[in-house]
Design a binder for this molecule. Structure first.
Ligand code: ATP
Ligand code: MG
Length: 649
């Protein structure tokens, strides 16, 4: 008998919610048939489909070939000349969008700025000239290490305008993380700020840059935005104030005509599963993918006020704060600070204040909102909301239900969007005017996306059999390489299953053709020969009224091979043996004897990446009682690991 390598699904979720009729009536794509036709057309004739879509972009020179070559080395729109910044700015100035708000910004202390499209264009042109004056040339790499302030977007679009490649580093990372990324990308210039605000405290960004530069020999110049006014050191001839440089910069700067495949940015992945990878995206395909998916998934309308709460340091912020929405000429809300500053109602206050209609956040945030209590959202008027989205991790069905009832007030479709840094844009998601949603399922592939769920030997699996989630066809916004390491790119994504893209997640397809992502394949645990998704056990735990969050990992077990160890964070501290027993019984009842936890460990907090994803790989070491030698550079809070180890003793 050959060993079964499929993942067994034990979580059953039968609830389903059709899009409200009033929503469907106004939606851009609003029937299953329309979706099916688009999807089939894109599958059968991807070059034809994406060629038609590319008519939505402004080109200096039209492409010769839509799809050039096989996956993994497919090039898109070769022969074409384009500029991403032109597409996000200049073309809107010829329309009524000229005076539309592009960025509606709010700082953590409550200061606000509204930047219209023509203002954004002017600032970007000026800063592009600043970069040129600093000696930045087309193809040079520029590190951006900034708080969530409008200058961050100016800097991105200025790089794009002159064909410099940005590498954005999340503002919470350490000097070492900045140095590593500066060196990997061989950055010439760093753009930063004196500091940024987070929960009322100043994050000292410039000081971290100073420390990083001791180890980053390629960096020649630093440009510093004055944000907090804190005390910093300025090194003569190396460090320059943004406002000084901008004073004399010309507002005339033609967008450079770049090849479709000209590199747009490098972005390092979150590091949930290991050392971060330097994902490279290029111009035309990425722009097209983010533009179209923003339209499709959020059913974007001209008068929407759109808010994605991610930090621009993550791919979600790149694609769905900056490039996708701005290519569509949308009004984008951007917020600098924490969701619980000055109190836990801040997000809902902002939704009411700016009349946000599309709201896109992460499961980790939703679990925090639940823990903080309904009294916060209930204080505010959320009736402007139309569409809600999530991204980043599988969403536990109970968290989904809370989002649906308390925030969406059962009126707003929820789009659970599955994608990755590598995919550039959303791949699998409900369409809000079409797809009945099921809590915990990201539903169906978008047009142009052809997923398959296969066994480890590459055979297609039947309904509800869990396996590897792979992509059978290339798409325009996929990564082109890992910066400086094309062999690692092939090895990481294209060597597991012949001819398919695979980036590590497991999934199953249900009887209705819905995709359920079951977490990372690396996280699967083998209990007495049954391969279980840790995410399903976590969802069962989160369904218990006292549980706020859970992370489940396997540990070596003499009889079963692997045992189930659950790290549980409670809504209120009431650690007791009774509750441990109750949770074990609860999981057993919810998903069966096979999934009975061997250990429940209470923990005030769980180790997460800075982007909020649970880092199970670190918990595995703790559960097994091993010392860890893993990469922790993207860990949010180093003290959590120490605390977990103490709790172990
Ligand atoms: P690394 O690749 O360095 O380990 P990472 O995979 O966490 O880090 P990202 O690219 O930020 O880096 O995250 C992509 C991953 O997030 C996906 O592979 C998937 O595991 C998870 N994910 C994102 N959205 C969803 C979703 N809607 N449902 C389930 N999982 C999701
Ligand atoms: Mg990944």
């Amino acid at each position: 008998m050959s060993e079964n390598t499929n993942i067994e699904s034990i979580l059953t979720e039968n609830r389903s919610f059709a899009p409200p009729a009033t929503f469907v009536a106004d939606a851009g794509i609003n029937s299953e048939q329309q979706y099916q036709e688009l999807w089939q057309h894109a599958k059968d004739d991807p070059a034809g489909f994406w060629g038609e879509m590319a008519e939505n972009l402004s080109w200096f020179k039209r492409w010769d070939t839509v799809m050039d070559g096989e996956m993994p080395n497919t090039k898109w729109f070769t022969g074409g000349k384009i500029n991403v910044s032109y597409n996000c700015l200049d073309r809107h100035l010829e329309t009524e969008r000229r005076n539309k708000a592009a960025i509606i910004w709010e700082g953590e202390p409550g200061d606000t700025r509204v930047i219209r499209y023509q203002d954004l264009h002017r600032e970007v042109c000026k800063f592009a000239n600043v970069l040129k004056n600093m000696g930045v040339e087309t193809g040079d790499r520029v590190t951006i290490y900034m708080p969530m302030i409008p200058e961050l977007v100016f800097a991105m679009l200025a790089c794009a305008r002159i064909g410099a490649v940005h590498s954005i580093i999340f503002g919470g990372f350490s000097a070492d993380a900045v140095a590593d990324r500066n060196n990997d990308a061989e950055a010439k210039v760093v753009i930063t700020a004196d500091g940024g605000w987070r929960r009322g405290k100043e994050i000292p960004l410039k000081a971290a840059v100073d420390a990083s530069l001791e180890k980053s020999p390629t960096v020649e110049k630093v440009i510093v935005v004055k944000r907090t006014g804190g005390d910093i050191d300025m090194v003569p001839d190396r460090d320059f104030w943004w406002h000084d440089l901008m004073q004399d910069a010309s507002a005339e700067c033609d967008a450079v005509e770049l090849d479709s495949e000209h590199p747009l940015f490098i972005l390092y992945t979150s590091g949930s599963t290991g050392k971060p990878k330097g994902v490279l995206h290029t111009s035309a395909g990425y722009l097209l993918g983010t533009m179209m998916t923003t339209q499709w998934v959020f059913d974007l309308k001209e008068n929407d006020t759109y808010w994605c709460t991610a930090d621009i340091g993550w791919v979600t912020g790149h694609s769905y704060i900056c490039y996708g929405p701005l290519a569509n000429g949308a009004s984008v809300v951007m917020y600098e600070g924490a969701p619980n500053w000055p109190d836990e109602g801040r997000f809902w206050e902002l939704i009411e204040k700016y009349q946000v209609s599309v709201f896109y956040t992460a499961p980790t945030a939703i679990r925090a909102f639940i823990k903080w209590g309904n009294q916060w959202p209930e204080k505010y008027d959320l009736s402007s909301l139309r569409v809600l989205g999530t991204v980043g991790e599988p969403i536990n069905p109970e968290a989904w239900m809370w989002y649906h009832q308390i925030i969406g007030q059962e009126r707003c479709p929820i789009v659970d969007t599955w994608w990755q840094t590598e995919t550039g844009g959303i791949m699998i998601s409900p369409l809000p005017g079409v797809t009945p949603t099921k809590p915990g399922s990201c539903a169906k592939p978008l047009p142009g996306v052809v997923p398959e769920i296969v066994s480890e030997s590459g055979e297609a699996l039947g309904p509800n059999e869990g396996g590897l989630l792979v992509m059978a066809q290339p798409w325009p916004h996929m990564l082109r390489t890992l910066y400086g390491d094309h062999d690692r790119f092939i090895e990481t994504y294209f060597s597991t299953i012949e001819g398919r893209y695979f980036a590590g997640d497991g999934a199953r397809l249900d009887q209705d053709g819905y995709i359920w992502v079951m977490g990372r394949v690396d996280d699967v645990i083998n209990v007495s020969g049954h391969r279980l998704s840790t995410m399903e056990v976590e969802s069962a735990l989160v369904a218990h009224p006292k549980v706020a969050e859970a992370a489940v990992v396997g540990f070596p077990h003499e009889i079963k091979g692997e045992g189930i160890c659950c790290f549980v964070s409670l809504k209120e501290d009431e650690h007791s043996e009774e509750l441990q027993a109750e949770l074990i019984k609860h999981v057993r009842e919810q998903i069966g004897a096979l999934a009975t936890p061997d250990q429940i460990r209470f923990s005030a907090a769980l180790p997460k990446t800075r982007s909020g994803k649970i880092m199970r790989r670190l918990l595995r070491d703790i559960a097994a009682g091993r010392e860890s030698t893993q990469d922790t550079s993207t860990l949010e809070d180093y003290t959590i690991l120490a605390k977990l180890r103490e709790e172990d003793d």
